[in-house]
Write a protein that binds this ligand. Sequence first.
Ligand code: NOJ
Length: 559
Amino acid sequence: MQKKWWQKATAYQIYPKSFLDTNGDGIGDLRGVLCKLDYLQQLGINLVWLSPIYCSPLADQGYDISDYYRIDPRFGTMDDFDELLAEAKKRGIGIVMDLVVNHCSDEHEWFRRACEAPDGRYGKFFYIEDYDGQHLPCNWRSYFGGSVWEPLPGHPDKVYLHSFHKKQPDLNWENPDLREEIYRMMNWWLDKGVAGFRIDAIINIKKALPFRDYPASRADGLCDMGEMLAQAHGIGDFLAEMQRRTFAPHDAFSVGEVFNSHAEDLPAFIGEHGYFSSMFDFSAILCGKNRDGWYACAPTVSGEEYKRSCFASQKMAAHVGYLSNIIENHDGPRGVSHYLPASEHAEAAKKMLGGLSFLLAGIPFLYEGQELGMENTVFENPEDIDDISTRDEYKVALAAGLSPEAALRAVAPFSRDNARTPMQWTAGKNAGFTDGTPWLAPNPNYPRLNAAEQLARADSVLAFYRRLTALRRSEAYADTLAYGDCIPWLPEQKNLMAYLRRGSGKTLLIVGNFQPAPQAAALPGAARIVLDNDLPVTLSGGKISLLGWQFAVLEISES
Ligand code: NOJ
């Protein structure tokens, strides 16, 4: 595969609202990001994905954009943004914007004008259908609950489609006029100097038309959007056009939020001439999911499931393209809480999980606070829930017959709020996130778990992530890690997750013991320790003896 500038990158996602507040309004801002650029540089980051900072009523925390060309005043100004871009560039960091174009906000001018004249130019930017007061165009269930159809304000005889919240009307990608507007906006940001885009909910832009019902999956008589998406063919035409008109001329980085990917689609999506540079691997987060709702899902994922899903994805992408590997993002639980047993939140285990994910083939993406080992938060009562999707799932759990306490317990492990609690900078007031009242309460564990404490300690989770990023940049191993193959090692050995990264004349063995009990693993050749998770490594007789949750990277001399 042709070499590209982003293949050696280490990326970091910032959720600006929760990162650092510099003006005391309880909401993180761009000046907060500016303050922490040195921290990010020292962490070894060279791509920063900013979750949306555009003007927005924040019905879905900025994933409902009311003006694609302006920064929301809560986050700062365009001058702040330009300064951020320039200062990041000085530190070798590219800024990746969030591209939310399956839908906009109902407060966007396009939608306002569509309401004024549903048959006019802007009416055609959306999916607006006639409504007789009884029969909706179809029975699709929105991702945030309820029907995807909502009465068009001012027009009781019309409804509009929203795959997500009713304040997020879907844009009609079948309309070339709309697509032109989107490309113009993307090129405006790319011309400004952003490094690329993370592309939100992109798989939803193609609808199976004409609208029709699919088999209902719950008592509400509605069907999962997945049913419809499985019948929606031809998204490639839109994505190829977007690639040709925007990313390609700018040599931009693009990473798609693509769920339910199939092996046969991968070359088109992320192959040499794919629509995107990369796409997230969500396979592990999908383990244990159940269509009935979060209350029916398995609250954690075992080490064996985690290993199997990572290896299946790696196999699928091998010699095709670059996956982006994550253990968490702003849409779910903290990785350490989801993939490690509740009793095992010790630092060794957190480092092991982080190391195993980080060194897979692809682009490692860290999410803010992951480098500290931040954990799921605590929900005392339903009023603690901020996230719209958790609120909906709580109702689903109640409707399924759970008591209020059981419903809260059931949805808490999946809540998007877990990842959205303020970044834990210090042991001081509000975790050092704000001098004001934080928009979301910090995780109560911040007095013991925070960046200041970890910066001062050589064996902290933060120090470990710095060693990982240094390894990825190192002259000795950068090529192997960026271009080498990923080959599972002893995949059948229970609770052992091990793989080789082989290429550019070197072989590394990455190995983690996914259990509290020690175990030994055979080595593929003579081995030398390159990196560990601060537990003593024992090599002898062609084996490595691993303590519980031990992690190591070894250079292997293969004969
Ligand atoms: C995926 C985003 O990551 C999520 O936060 C958002 O709610 C939906 N897409 C809708 O934009």
